[in-house]
Design a protein. Structure first.
Length: 105
């Protein structure tokens, strides 16, 4: 299983054309027979754009890979590991739930 990161939307400053917030989603899934078990997480990262900084990328030139890199850098390796473990735990819980609902009749 591999967690996939996506950026559904970016918020930008109209004064300097820099990204101020990246909305991200991380998800994974596992198929067991005909059932797909999924896990996901959604969040945001805030940034302070500096058009004079080395490596600054104007909004029109940003790729999703750029934004994902910024998000991961902002989160840090430890938080990414914890996030991915949480997604894996969601999938495990889906495959072998601790509680189920229903009636015996």
């Amino acid at each position: 299983m591999t967690v996939t990161y996506t950026i559904p939307t970016l918020e930008r400053s109209t004064t300097d054309d820099g990204v101020i917030t990246a909305h991200w989603r991380a998800s994974d899934s596992e198929e067991v027979g005909e059932v797909t078990h999924t896990g996901s997480s959604y969040g945001t990262c805030s940034f302070t754009p500096d058009p004079t900084a080395a490596g600054y990328i104007a909004y029109a030139e940003i790729t999703e890979a750029d934004a994902i890199g910024w998000v991961k850098d902002s989160m840090g390796a430890e938080a990414i590991t914890a996030l991915e473990e949480s997604i894996a735990a969601q999938i495990t819980e889906s495959k072998t739930p601790a509680t189920v609902a229903g009636v015996p009749w």
